[in-house]
Design a protein around this ligand. Structure first.
Ligand SMILES: *[C@@H]1O[C@H](CO)[C@@H](O)[C@H](O)[C@H]1NC(C)=O
Ligand SMILES: *[C@@H]1O[C@H](CO)[C@@H](O)[C@H](O)[C@H]1NC(C)=O
Ligand SMILES: *[C@@H]1O[C@H](CO)[C@@H](O)[C@H](O)[C@H]1NC(C)=O
Length: 181
């Protein structure tokens, strides 16, 4: 091989191929990490779709993935609480309002304290505390759902409680991996 080769179009072309392939390969790797991580959680499909649709999840570490799940969980719980508050505002039926008031009482501390504090703890690598808060948040969503299903045939919250509860379970599972690792 003589030095002339390095200036040929073929050489430049191969350089371009190499540099184009590099980001594609790292994306593949992070998708694998999402898949691999989600396989060890109780809601595999929810975990994969949640993480993949989150901006910046490609190239994330397992620690980042747990942080993303915590953010999504807080966003969903916040959204659910606003939805409950809008329903309470709109209803004039005390039979419907009572269980909704009960749910708002459960969600307010989750959104204001439990999940934000879990996120602060997580950021300081206090995984046990973070896990405890997130499990508690999931329990509150389950409790709200039970109360609603006692009072009415179909939940006015749709599957929001179920989603919050499952997101909490996924977040807890990923935090557990960090504690073991
Ligand atoms: C709730 O979680 C789902 C599933 O990850 C996500 O697609 C959605 O954007 C979240 N909702 C909010 C309000 O953040
Ligand atoms: C979670 O949300 C906070 C605040 O919006 C943001 O600063 C942080 O980077 C997010 N964490 C991850 C892992 O995306
Ligand atoms: C409830 O209704 C009042 C009066 O219509 C309004 O000012 C308030 O913003 C509503 N709150 C929510 C959470 O929708």
């Amino acid at each position: 091989m003589n030095s002339f080769f390095f200036l040929t179009p073929i050489f430049l072309f191969s350089l371009t191929i190499v540099s184009l392939r590099a980001p594609a390969l790292s994306l593949e790797k992070s998708v694998d990490l999402i898949k691999k991580t989600c396989k060890k959680t109780p809601y595999h499909d929810l975990c994969v779709s949640s993480l993949r649709s989150y901006p910046g999840s490609s190239g994330a570490t397992v620690h980042d993935l747990a942080g993303i799940m915590l953010n999504l969980t807080l966003a969903n719980a916040t959204d659910t609480l606003s939805f409950i508050q809008v329903l309470i505002n709109q209803t004039e039926d005390p039979q419907l309002e009572m269980p909704l008031d009960y749910c708002a009482e459960l969600y307010i501390p989750v959104v204001k304290y439990t999940l934000p504090q879990a996120i602060v703890a997580f950021d300081k690598s206090q995984y046990g505390f973070a896990e405890y808060g997130v499990s508690d948040a999931g329990d509150q969503a389950d409790t709200c759902e039970k109360q609603l299903s006692k009072s009415m045939a179909s939940s006015p919250l749709g599957d929001r409680n179920k989603l919050v509860s499952e997101l909490c379970d996924v977040a807890v599972a990923i935090i557990k991996m960090l504690q073991q690792g």
